[in-house]
Write a protein that binds this ligand. Structure first.
Ligand SMILES: [Zn+2]
Length: 127
């Protein structure tokens, strides 16, 4: 996935290990499509800011251009971002999977899960 490749490259260049946060720089993303399935050319509706937390990267801020079809009114966000994080969520799929494995396969306690997440650059407050 190209977003992750770019992010990993930035981290490696700057700090030479992958568990360092990239900081508050905003990462631009948009739909890879220029045309709708109905044939119309897509236009930009708005740009929204999304805070997303990913394993090893911590909190990242994406500026996502939302495109729309003037013909059928469909809207299009970034396909790459939707592969990293569920819609309306701030936590990436890999964090959800990581927590599930820790709880249900490794039988870790909540504290152990939080400590393991912190080692992967994800800070979550206990319930
Ligand atoms: Zn359309």
């Amino acid at each position: 996935m190209s977003i992750l490749r770019v992010l990993r490259g930035k981290v490696v260049d700057k700090f030479s290990f992958t568990s360092t946060p990239i900081g508050s720089q905003r990462i631009p993303v948009e739909s890879e499509n220029c045309y709708c399935d109905c044939g119309e050319q897509l236009k930009v509706r708005t740009t929204q800011t999304r805070k997303v937390v990913l394993l090893d990267f911590g909190e990242l801020i994406f500026n996502e251009k939302i495109k729309y079809c003037p013909g059928c009114k469909s809207s299009f966000g970034s396909g790459q971002l939707s592969q990293l994080v569920p819609e309306y969520s701030n936590f990436g799929f890999e964090i959800i999977e990581f927590v599930g494995k820790k709880l249900f396969i490794d039988h870790s306690t909540e504290r152990e899960v939080l400590n393991a997440l912190e080692k992967r650059n994800v800070k979550i407050s206990p319930r």
